[in-house]
Ligand binder design. Structure first.
Ligand code: ADP
Ligand code: ZN
Ligand code: ZN
Length: 723
């Protein structure tokens, strides 16, 4: 017997399949992990094929040493997914396979698929007085024979278990994980679905991609749960992806409450051990619903009946660093492998996804009204240039201050949203609202402090910093954004008696800090919560009657062809936080560009109108989804060497023009907007190509880069960050 093996090393040079002979005594299956001799070393590999024959001289073949486990860590579906991703994302096979395994199983670590249980060992053990968690755990175990490590860990923390184990108060048993029969937990409260929800559930059936466009509060979560329930009752399993778990605590607790132990959660808040515990439950078929953030798309659930991506427009579904991938592609592959529906849910679908509805690739399903029948809150646009003309130079308009005063008087709550993205900043005239844009690309220019220039991230053109506004000649030109601290300080000045909370990257760096801030907010009346993107989605506070968007333009004038789309999404999401319960809500949106089309459509909740306009602009300017952007980033410590590589690559890529002249919309080589990161000099080649033959061109560009540059190159497709 011979085995085809992929060596678990990310090096491109050995990104191929090696053959080994299999000793008689060893029983191998495709998907198992093995140890093999490689050169002078012993390395870990994956068996991807077995056969009676080999293509090499048998006598020269080395043999497999042993298998790591007695099970197949890589399931057949995942082997096919590997092939798909390696090709689509230009990844080495080993780096894709690594995505499919929890870190606890990587680097040759041997693992067993057992579940751990704990029970009382020493009934007379007395914990120290202040060890309340230990006492609670012991109390809990007294009432039952034993408890699984997962449940115990969730309730009392893994540190508590560890210390009691060391003290001999509890013992541990391991058991092979068995499949449990299907018994759904009893449901206490179940809402009656409305007619639109029912229709959505009937429509979403069979192998297809469905775009579920439902306004904020339309009850999409309820639809997801019913769909999942239906698949469970058909004997199938489900996968639900959510943007970032810590931000969607509600969805998590809802699922736990309804599906209990059937749910496995995979998210960044778990320790490596906890992650592995959940992975095992999924792998063995014990957990049948997987809820998780982006990387949960690789969870080893078999027999999928449905895959759902909630908030499908979220950028976090794109993995921008190596290995690069787009969650939707992976989900679509898995849905088609399992012949099941893929549901993309959002109140503000991405332009890419909605264009696929237009093109007939996705089926549209709509939930046009809020589930509780409440109107969406009114959005009032406030012209900040008018404020300046009236002598108000502050960060809050008179309208916003008046509305905040009303909230305080009524003992209600307000959320103040500050938009903060990336480090780039645009230049804006404070007198007329003019923003500097590229003359060729129609995207905003980014100010680069290091060389005091304005740069276009799509064509590399550079411009002098403006001293006067070309529109109104004013010299009142500024860049930079208002920060959360500044807003908090101002609010404290205006409302010294009111509880004011701040939620951003600085205040949420420790574990559970999110929850702490949110629960403090929930329990204070009146209160104002100031925050960044973090407060934009998922939260459901019944006393929030006012949402203020302090400077809506911050996401609008980013040097990114998607910045208008992002702005629309953000406004809709943030506005959705107001007036969710009995009190009517209101949104005040402050802008220096009140006549920009995005505000007109967003304030009317007119997604379709916005999409039409935006798609039209993209089509005219030849930007995605009507073209593909390919960026080849070359970096090296030696600037001359990086430039040399760039030149050679460019010469080769330019030759593609012979065959693809009419397909290439743009091609140029240049310094990257940020010239140096971590002492590496960065150069780039930018291509914009028509869709017709984009795949072929991408492939050829990749081959060229791979041949010439090997390890210092990054190929990006429609990158979201062009700096
Ligand atoms: P979305 O995810 O679309 O923004 P949610 O799923 O969070 O909306 O639902 C918003 C609120 O409406 C939730 O409190 C939910 O419990 C409630 N809800 C959902 N469906 C119904 C229904 N059919 N009848 C009444 N309330 C509902
Ligand atoms: Zn001006
Ligand atoms: Zn440009």
């Amino acid at each position: 017997m011979f085995a085809k093996v992929i060596i678990d090393q990310e090096v491109k040079a050995i990104n191929q399949i090696f053959e080994y002979s299999v000793p008689e005594k060893l029983t191998l299956q495709v998907g198992m992990r093995v140890f093999v001799p490689f050169g002078k070393r012993i390395l870990q590999g994956y068996v991807v094929g077995l056969s009676e024959t080999c293509s090499y001289d048998k006598t020269k073949l080395k043999s497999v040493i042993s298998s790591l486990e007695d099970f197949c860590a890589i399931k057949p579906e995942m082997l096919q997914l590997m092939n798909f991703m390696a090709k689509k994302n230009h990844l080495t096979m080993a780096s894709t396979l690594r995505l499919f395994l929890p870190s606890e199983m990587r680097e040759g670590k041997v693992r067993e698929i057992y579940e751990t249980f704990y029970s009382l060992a020493d009934k007379s053990f007395e914990p120290k007085k202040n060890a309340q968690k230990q006492a609670a755990l012991l109390e809990f175990l007294k009432e039952r024979d034993r408890c699984s490590s997962i449940e115990l860990g969730n309730r009392f923390g893994y540190a508590t278990i560890k210390s009691l184990l060391e003290k001999g108060a509890i013992t541990k048993q391991k058991e092979k994980i068995e499949r449990k029969p299907l018994v759904l937990p009893k449901q206490d409260k179940k809402v009656e679905l409305n007619i639109m929800q029912k229709r959505a559930i009937e429509t979403i059936n069979g192998q297809n991609v469905f775009l579920l466009h439902g306004v904020t509060g339309s009850g999409k979560t309820e639809v997801y749960m019913h769909l999942i329930e239906r698949e469970l009752s058909r004997g199938k399993n489900a996968l639900l992806l959510v943007p970032e778990i810590s931000l969607t605590p509600q969805i998590m607790s809802n699922f736990k409450a309804r599906f209990g132990d059937f749910v496995a959660m995979l998210h960044s808040g778990l320790s490596a051990g906890e992650r592995f515990d959940e992975w095992k439950r999924i792998f063995s078929g014990q957990a049948r619903i997987v809820v998780g953030a982006r990387s949960a798309v690789f969870a080893p659930v078999e027999n999928l009946g449905i895959i759902i991506i909630d908030e499908e427009h979220e950028q976090s579904y794109i993995s921008e660093s190596n290995p690069r991938y787009f969650t939707h592609d992976i989900a679509a592959f898995r849905a088609s492998y399992n012949h099941c529906p893929l549901v993309l849910g959002s109140a503000t679908p991405s332009v890419d996804s909605y264009q696929k509805v237009v093109d007939g690739q996705y089926q549209l399903v709509e939930l046009p009204t809020r589930a509780n029948g409440k109107e969406l809150p009114a959005i009032q646009i406030v012209d900040m240039i008018g404020e300046i003309r009236r002598g108000n130079n502050g960060i809050f308009s008179a309208q916003l201050i008046a509305d905040l005063g009303q909230v305080v008087a009524n003992k209600k709550q307000a959320m103040m949203f500050i938009n903060r993205r990336g480090y780039s900043s645009f230049m804006r005239c404070r007198d007329c609202g003019y923003v500097a844009t590229c003359s060729d690309c129609d995207v905003s220019l980014v100010y680069h402090r290091e060389d005091n220039r304005l740069k276009c991230h799509y064509c590399g053109k550079q411009f002098k910093v403006l001293t006067h506004c070309p529109n109104c000649k004013s010299d009142n030109i500024k860049y930079g954004a208002v920060g959360t601290e500044q807003v908090v300080a101002k609010l404290k000045e205006l409302f010294p008696q009111v509880k004011i909370l701040r939620m951003d990257n600085d205040t949420t760096s420790t574990k559970n800090s999110h929850q702490k801030i949110l629960s403090e907010f929930k329990n204070s009346l009146p209160a104002i919560l100031v925050g960044t993107q973090m407060i934009a989605k998922g939260h459901d506070f019944e006393n929030v009657t006012l949402v203020g968007i302090v400077d809506a333009d911050q996401s609008l004038f980013q040097a990114d062809y998607r910045s208008t789309e992002r702005t629309f999404q953000l406004i809709t999401q943030v506005a959705g936080r107001a007036g969710r319960s009995k009190d009517e809500g209101k949104v005040v949106l402050q802008t220096y560009a009140p006549r920009h089309y995005v505000y007109k459509f967003a304030s009317n909740y007119d997604y379709k109108g916005f999409f039409k306009k935006e798609a039209n602009i993209r089509q005219t300017a030849c930007f995605p989804p009507f073209s593909r952007i390919i960026r080849l980033l070359i970096s090296d410590n030696d600037e001359n060497y990086a430039r040399e590589l760039l030149k050679i690559c460019y010469t080769e890529i330019e030759k593609l023009k012979d065959t693809y002249q009419n397909q290439i919309l743009y091609l140029d080589a240049m310094k990257a907007p940020i010239k140096k990161i971590q002492n590496k000099f960065r150069y780039q080649i930018l291509l914009r190509v028509k869709l017709e033959q984009a795949d072929q061109i991408e492939e050829l560009v990749f081959d060229i880069a791979n041949k010439i540059v090997k390890n210092n190159v990054f190929l990006e497709i429609n990158p979201t960050n062009m700096s």
